[in-house]
Design a protein around this ligand. Structure first.
Ligand SMILES: C[S@+](CC[C@H](N)C(=O)[O-])C[C@H]1O[C@@H](n2cnc3c(N)ncnc32)[C@H](O)[C@@H]1O
Length: 251
């Protein structure tokens, strides 16, 4: 995974949930610096000891461990003596993988690219294109921040003990925002509304967000979107146009 992430000697890498450090060791060997954020304090305390025992001192010193919750961590929590991380490389805690990834992209603008391992179904969802059966709120919200692509399947037998789910890798590269940053919350609210009733037309599904079915229809037309279409056919640019139309209406 370290090789696949393309981590090199110029990179400061963020690892969330290093656990016992199996991946951290490879990252520390390859990167300029590794910032490992671990919520479990005993694991966080043990990690520098593990790394110091296995790697030469001049390599081990590239590691910084932060005992914190990856769901909340901000730049202010990270060590100031290494560059802000530009690469995320992590086997994400599976139950919180989507909010973790989206939250990190929102709070840490220094992250330019990354490779994360998640449950296979989540990898499919995060990288699905519009119109796909598994395209949903995670796919289109991730598209707000980044281009994402599937980067490989990781079947359960490669792990010991064997988990009861398959895993998948998702590679991402940050892209210019598809709309004004101030509209992000409203774009995401439109996405949540559209996918809360994914089989309904936008006129119906967006009604709670727009105020009424008629208002949803008007906003869709102003955004050059068919009010009779379903949210699952819209890309991130279309959701941005919807939020911009709503903002223009309230101005
Ligand atoms: C599935 S991850 C993988 C562990 C390790 N990176 C590996 O590949 O074997 C589990 C790790 O994430 C940590 N973790 C869980 N939730 C976290 C959070 N919100 N922030 C940071 N670490 C978290 C757990 O304590 C555990 O060490």
């Amino acid at each position: 995974m370290v090789r696949l992430a393309g981590v090199g000697p110029d990179d400061t890498v963020l690892e969330i949930g290093p656990g016992l450090g199996s991946m951290t060791l490879g990252l520390v060997e390859a990167a300029k610096a590794v910032v490992a954020v671990e919520v479990d304090r005993p694991l966080a305390a043990a990690l520098p000891v593990t790394v110091a025992a296995r790697l030469p001192a001049d390599v081990a010193e590239r590691l910084r461990v932060v005992a914190a919750d990856g769901l909340r961590v901000t730049l202010a929590d990270l060590p100031a003596d290494v560059a802000a991380p530009g690469v995320l490389a992590a086997n994400l805690p599976y139950n919180i993988a989507v909010p973790l990834l989206l939250g990190l992209l929102e709070r840490l603008p220094s992250l330019r690219r990354g490779l994360v391992m998640v449950q296979a179904e989540v990898a499919d969802r995060l990288t699905a294109p519009p119109g796909s059966r598994v395209y949903g709120a995670p796919s289109v919200k991730l598209a707000w921040y980044a281009h994402a692509r599937p980067a490989g399947a990781v079947p359960r037998p490669v792990f010991w003990p064997q988990p009861n789910v398959d895993s998948g890798l998702v590679a991402f590269a940050r892209r210019p925002l598809p709309g004004p940053a101030r509209l992000r919350a409203d774009v995401f609210a439109a996405i949540d509304a559209a996918f809360a009733q994914r089989r309904k037309t936008l006129r119906t599904a967006l009604a709670p967000w727009a105020g009424s079915p008629a208002a949803a229809g008007d906003l869709a037309r102003a955004a050059e979107v068919d009010p009779g279409a379903r949210g699952e056919t819209l890309d991130i640019a279309a959701f941005c146009r919807l939020a911009a139309a709503r903002a223009a209406r309230s101005d």
